[in-house]
Design a protein around this ligand. Structure first.
Ligand SMILES: CC(C)(COP(=O)(O)OP(=O)(O)OC[C@H]1O[C@@H](n2cnc3c(N)ncnc32)[C@H](O)[C@@H]1OP(=O)(O)O)[C@@H](O)C(=O)NCCC(=O)NCCS
Length: 140
């Protein structure tokens, strides 16, 4: 494997987590700073993916209420299972906290990414940051 996955606090990982999210959500997807930095990072558990050369290549977070979000992989590293490893890291953390289930607001174009790990869609499509989303849930 040419990358590694690390659990990090916001306190320790902030610069690298910010760099990935600024590249993917803000510059690539056009999400505003106001929506991206929602004040929930300090209280969340984060996962950071690093290349073997130490570059930050992906991230994700889980809130205390077991809501998973902010999963991002920089474009050059997509399709190499980095996102899957991040999601698995977040699910392992949720299991360690004895969460009965987790949920995610998935961008509709990546529903298959979550379906592969057993997430099931519920409810209608809704807009968040001008991007269509659907709620998905996974029982642990
Ligand atoms: C979604 C994202 C995190 C996936 O990361 P990744 O490392 O490329 O994903 P993986 O390599 O682990 O993909 C595993 C599987 O998920 C599915 N998948 C991944 N990206 C997909 C996409 N864009 N569309 C449809 N299916 C996708 C595929 O089935 C893939 O398996 P395959 O490569 O054998 O076909 C990444 O594309 C990304 O950062 N996108 C921009 C930000 C974003 O949309 N985040 C999700 C917010 S809900």
């Amino acid at each position: 494997m040419d990358f590694t996955i690390h659990p990090v606090t916001w306190h320790d990982g902030e610069p690298l987590l910010r760099a990935v999210r600024e590249a993917v959500f803000m510059r690539e997807q056009g999400v505003s700073a106001e929506l991206e930095w929602d004040g929930l990072d300090e209280g969340s558990h984060h996962v950071l993916a690093l290349s073997n050369t130490g570059q930050a290549i992906g991230c994700g977070r889980i809130l205390p209420n077991a809501h998973i979000g902010r999963i991002a992989v920089i474009p050059e590293w997509r399709g190499k299972k980095v996102g899957t490893a991040i999601l698995e890291g977040l699910l392992a953390y949720a299991a360690s906290q004895h969460c009965p289930e987790v949920d995610v607001d998935a961008q509709v174009q990546v529903l298959p990414f979550y379906q592969r790990l057993g997430f099931v869609e519920e409810g209608d499509v809704f807009m968040d940051a001008n991007i269509p989303h659907r709620k998905m849930r996974l029982k642990l």
